[in-house]
Design a protein around this ligand. Structure first.
Ligand SMILES: Nc1nc2c(ncn2[C@@H]2O[C@H](COP(=O)(O)OP(=O)(O)OP(=O)(O)O)[C@@H](O)[C@H]2O)c(=O)[nH]1
Ligand SMILES: [Mg+2]
Ligand SMILES: [Zn+2]
Length: 320
């Protein structure tokens, strides 16, 4: 039980004491502000928080979901319905689907030089965002580590040429460069463990008090400190969701056409290949391959695209 939470028998990370004015069984609309395993905290009218489980087989529920809850007294309730979503950021591999956040308009992908950041994860995350029409924003955190940061900044230059905004900052010093880009959005902060996601959220929301932890220098990896997603309101039109760090980002959910259209630099060549069913990997007369040869498309990105195509084509038939 978290320190001040009187309603939750689980690690909800929402340290509120909820007023006792519930009416049993009464359905009401709410917003999932915390998702931790199968336990959710739902904010209902007036900012009241209910600790909830999902009734029946609801499928995955994510932080940011709009739901209907039925109160069951004692600041608890059951999620009876999940409203249709405008977006869902999620990842999936052979074994499972992991929802990250729902109804978001922007994903803030946090990278840093230490622990070492994996470009593949960034690329996959941006592909998932493109497919869901979620704006991708890259934060290069820990710029106070000056010597280490230069190499990472050079790696990110490519993403700027693709149209993604890259914001360099040090969450330990100043997060004001993020204020304007966050305004008007429901954003989710995502990335590898140890990149400083929760540190950024704490700097933006002084009351958040999200747990943070030193990464392991020995393993050059974060310690997976954040274990559930949690939404914080920034102002009446903006909110931010902190999420657990990830090591992999499976994209099994994508069709091949989803994948192709999630590479923004490919789009101007659509419809120009010799074959209508061109896979843009080895085919003769492929305009995307020609653009790679002319260096109009970065070879790193095309190689990543081919790896992902191969992954989708070798998906086991029973993956879902
Ligand atoms: N030098 C430096 N360290 C930072 C900065 N931001 C965060 N850190 C440190 O990086 C470590 C990891 O920070 P967290 O905020 O816990 O990272 P996280 O991305 O939330 O990690 P998970 O919850 O495990 O996914 C902590 O020791 C932070 O103090 C920064 O701007 N500069
Ligand atoms: Mg964290
Ligand atoms: Zn082609």
């Amino acid at each position: 039980m978290s320190a001040d939470c009187k309603a939750c028998l689980w690690v909800c990370q929402v340290n509120y004491i909820i007023p006792k004015n519930n009416t049993n069984g009464e359905p009401c609309a709410g917003l999932v502000v915390s998702a931790h395993g199968r336990h959710y905290v739902v904010e209902v009218a007036g900012g009241e928080l209910l600790h909830c489980f999902a009734r029946g087989k609801k499928g995955k529920i994510a932080c940011g979901d709009e739901v209907v809850v039925e109160r069951s007294g004692d600041q608890q309730g059951a999620i009876a319905e999940v409203q249709p979503r405008t977006s869902l950021l999620y990842r999936s591999d052979r074994y499972r689907q992991k929802v990250i956040a729902a109804n978001i308009t922007q994903a803030v992908v946090v990278v840093a030089a230490r622990p070492a950041f994996h470009e593949d994860l960034l690329l996959r995350c941006l592909v998932a965002c493109e497919q869901q029409n979620i704006k991708g924003l890259i934060v290069l955190n820990k710029t106070d580590l000056v010597d280490d940061t230069a190499t990472t900044a050079r790696q990110l230059a490519l993403y700027q040429t693709l149209g993604y905004t890259v914001i360099p900052l040090s969450a330990k010093q100043d997060v004001t460069p993020l204020l304007a880009p966050l305004n008007g959005h429901r954003s989710v902060v995502v990335g590898q463990s140890g990149m400083g996601k929760s540190t950024i959220v704490n700097a933006l929301v002084p009351d958040a008090k999200a747990r943070t932890a030193e990464f392991s220098s020995k393993l050059d990896a974060g310690k997976h400190t954040t274990t559930g997603a949690r939404l914080y309101h920034l102002n009446t039109s903006s909110s931010i969701i902190d999420s657990p760090g990830m090591q992999t980002f499976g994209l099994f959910q994508l069709s091949h056409s989803d994948l192709v259209s999630s590479f923004p630099e490919f789009r101007s060549f659509f419809g120009q290949c010799r074959f209508d069913d061109c896979r843009h990997t080895v085919e003769p007369g492929c305009e995307i391959i020609a653009a790679v040869e002319r260096k109009e498309i970065d070879e790193r990105r095309w190689n990543a695209y081919r790896t992902l195509t191969n992954e989708l084509e070798t998906r086991p038939p029973d993956w879902a």
